[in-house]
Ligand binder design. Sequence first.
Ligand code: 13P
Ligand code: SF4
Length: 303
Amino acid sequence: MSGINELSQEIRRLKKEKNALILAHYYVPLEVQDLADSVCDSFAMAKLAAGAAEDLIVICGVRFMGESAKILSPEKTVLLPADNAGCPMADMVTPQDVLKLKADHPEAAVMCYVNSSAAVKAVSDVCCTSSSALRIARALPQKEVIFVPDRHLGSFVAKNVPEKTFYIHSGYCPAHDSVTREDVLAAKASHPGALFAVHPECGDQVLDLADFIGSTAEILDFAEKTQAQELIIGTESEIVRRLSRDMAEKRFYEVKPRFDCGDMKKVTLESLFTCLDLEQYKVELPQEQLTAARASLDRMVNM
Ligand code: 13P
Ligand code: SF4
C-alpha cells in the first residue's frame, strides 16, 4: 500500500471495523488530522477521551496525551500510533523534583501543566492546560502555587494572577522557547498589517508583542473571528498549514521558519494504519499512578 488515498481508505475501514475513536492534536500532520473524529487542543482531548463511548481510543499526539486519555478512561484500550513520540518539556520534570518543591513550600498547591508524565500528575494537586491555566490558578484556595514544568506558561499565569505567589519550575518547550523577540519584529516588519497570535509556551519578550495569547484551539478561534485579514502565528507550523487551507480568504504567516514539533510529526498515516491494524502501542500505567493522577486531572476538568 503506498498512495495517501489508499492508506486513508484502509484507516477508515479499520476504524469502522474496530469501532475506534480517533482524536488528533492540531500539531500532527494535516492528513492525519483529516481522519480523526475530532481535532483538538489538549484540554478538549482530555474531555473527549473521558466521555467516549468507544472502547478503543487512538490518540494521535504525544505520550502525555495518551496517558491523560488512559487516566481518564482506564477501562478502555488507549493506543498511540508513535511509541517514541514524547514531549521534551514533559521530560524536564520528575516526581522527585515536585516532591522537593513541595517540601520547600509546604503551604503551596502543586499545579502541573498537562504536558507532564502520569507520575508527575500523580504527585500534583491539580492539572491545567494552556486554555485553563488562568482559571484554575485563580480558583485554587491556596495563596501559594508551585507550577511545573513550563517556566513560560508559569510566568504568564503568575503575571495575570498577581494576588498569588508562584514557585515556577524551569522547564520549557524547545520549539516555542526558540522564538525570539527579533523573529517577531522581523515578521511584523515583513507584514506590517498583520496581527500576532501566540501560544503562552513562548517567552515573555515574545508574549509582550502579541495581539492575542491562547491555546492552539483559541488561536484558531481568534483567527476565524478577527476582522484582521493577515495574522502572524506564534505556534507550531501545522496550525499555519491548517489555517491557510481552511481560511483561504485570509493570509497566515509563520513567526519563524521550521517551527515544528518533531515528536508530533512522528504520527504519520503509516503509523496510524499500523496502530489500528496491530492495535499497538497500548498505554499501560500502574494502578496507583492511575488513581493518583486521575484526582489531579478530574480536578482540572471539574474546575
Ligand atoms: P494546547 O493545549 O494549546 O493544544 O498545547 C499543547 C502543546 O503541546 C503545545 O505545545
Ligand atoms: Fe511538547 Fe513543545 Fe511538542 Fe508541545 S510543541 S508537545 S510542548 S515539545
